[in-house]
Write a protein that binds this ligand. Structure first.
Ligand SMILES: [Zn+2]
Length: 79
């Protein structure tokens, strides 16, 4: 009875690219979304961290995001 999940594989970015990232466009990768977010307004996507392999939900309140911060290892990556 498990739901099919589409997990996006994140892409590593260089430290130079990380510096240019607009902090308002970064989602945070969390292991599990808050209950309200599953049904709620924000757009949550499953992504895999290319650095540590953690899979989680990129929790975002902002529609325009291209980068994700891993809540597990602290690295930033692109999706
Ligand atoms: Zn990570």
């Amino acid at each position: 009875m498990s739901k099919e999940l589409t997990v996006k594989q994140g892409k590593k970015i260089t430290p130079e690219q990380a510096k240019e990232v607009n902090k308002n466009e970064v989602a945070l990768l969390v292991a599990r979304p808050a209950q309200e977010e599953v049904e709620g307004q924000s757009h949550a996507e499953w992504v895999r961290c290319p650095y540590c392999g953690a899979v989680g939900v990129a929790s975002v309140s902002n529609r325009h995001w291209h980068n994700v911060w891993c809540g597990s290892c602290g690295q930033m990556f692109a999706v």
